[in-house]
Design a protein around this ligand. Structure first.
Ligand SMILES: Nc1ncnc2c1ncn2[C@@H]1O[C@H](COP(=O)(O)OP(=O)(O)O)[C@@H](O)[C@H]1O
Ligand SMILES: [Mg+2]
Length: 344
């Protein structure tokens, strides 16, 4: 097991595409680290550079205090699961899973036992004698996961490994992966463009944009206090309310930011609450997303199903202390806590 350290890591592809822009950060030993960002922001490039499949233009990759920047992939003791599985088509499932053990010289009995155990954990029992072409995409992806897990490397590198599973299986695989990573304590870099997946799995999240890190923090920090309006827009299953306004008395332009989950709702007038008219109600299950029209601005609030109002009625939005953020209107950066007031 080992920490992963990146020092001023830069990758420029031919054609002047700067996929990684001087990235410097450390992933401590045993951490589940998610790299979250939209398509094309450099996530795969970073994983491949850590794995040694891509060499950086400048900077360093260090694994367990050792500079591995010039080391071949095989010597780095990392396991990568690719977006597109990369299974051996001529081998059975059990042989695919056992392959890394074979490379390391494990005997036949050990290989069979470990492959069977790992296959079982990933619900692959009954499929062990098949070849990849005889499996669904989701099953193939689970074989790829099993193959990475089976030899307990120093570092797991996962490139959107769950994106081809159907919704139900994806949740199961997610829970399994989290539990397994916790048990094994293997340092894990998990790439995803799905913010819900990152929030659910990660100890810490780096939000990546155009080859740079916009915010790095615990899942809770990134959810509660997005560092800028881009991150605020990207994180959360219901979009964060971002309403432009002015700070009373001071006159700077700000953006009022509040998560629908962190706002309260009342059907009766409440002191200090903001009045609006309910324009839509969307069912989320045990809760509903209620959107209110407030002088031309739409503000969303998540409301327990029993408190769900009717469309067209008046409603009051209650702000929770410490849960409402202000962003600078020009730079989009989060403003310090002590600049408090209310928009417009
Ligand atoms: N082999 C390559 N040659 C040139 N450009 C590449 C290559 N691989 C990726 N890129 C470019 O680098 C950027 C980052 O790509 P990638 O790391 O695949 O992003 P992500 O995984 O976040 O979608 C993109 O602009 C992409 O087009
Ligand atoms: Mg990618």
């Amino acid at each position: 097991m080992a920490q992963v350290e990146l020092v001023e890591l830069t990758k420029v592809y031919p054609g002047e595409v700067k996929a990684l822009d001087a990235l410097t950060f450390t992933i401590p030993d045993g951490e589940f680290f998610a790299l979250l960002g939209p398509s094309g922001c450099g996530k795969t490039t970073l994983l491949r550079t850590i794995a040694g499949l891509e060499s950086p233009t400048s900077g360093q990759v260090r694994i367990g205090e050792q500079d591995v920047t010039r080391q071949s992939p095989g010597r780095r003791d990392v396991a990568m699961v690719f977006q597109d599985y990369a299974l051996f088509p001529h081998m059975t499932v059990v042989d695919n899973i056992a392959y890394p053990l074979k490379v390391r010289g494990a005997d036949r009995r050990t290989r069979a036992a470990k492959a069977a155990e790992t296959g079982e954990q990933l619900s692959l029992r009954g499929l062990m004698a098949r070849r990849p072409a005889e499996l669904s995409g989701g099953q193939q992806q689970r074989v790829a996961l099993a193959r990475a897990i089976v030899c307990r490397p120093k570092v797991f590198l996962f490139d959107e490994p769950l994106s081809n599973l159907d919704a139900r299986l994806r949740l199961e695989a997610r829970t399994f992966l989290k539990k397994l990573q916790h048990e094994l304590g293997v340092t894990t870099v998990f790439v995803t463009h799905d913010q819900a997946e990152a929030l659910a799995l990660a100890d810490r999240i780096a939000v990546m944009w155009d080859g740079r890190i916009r915010q790095l923090g615990t899942a809770r920090e990134v959810f509660r206090r997005p560092a800028d309006t881009v991150v605020a827009n990207f994180i959360g299953s219901t979009p964060m309310n971002l309403v432009p306004g002015k700070l009373l008395g001071l006159d700077p332009s700000v953006i009022w930011g509040a998560r629908p989950e962190y706002l309260g709702f009342s059907a009766a007038a409440v002191d200090g609450a903001l009045r609006g008219v309910v324009s839509t109600v969307e069912h989320l299950g045990a809760t509903s997303l209620v959107t209110l029209d407030m002088d031309g601005f739409a503000v969303g609030v998540v409301v327990p199903e029993m408190d769900e109002p009717r469309v067209g009625t008046d409603g009051w939005v209650i702000q929770q202390p410490g849960r409402v953020l202000l962003y600078d209107a020009e730079s989009g950066q989060l403003l310090p806590e002590d600049i408090r007031d209310f928009p417009k």
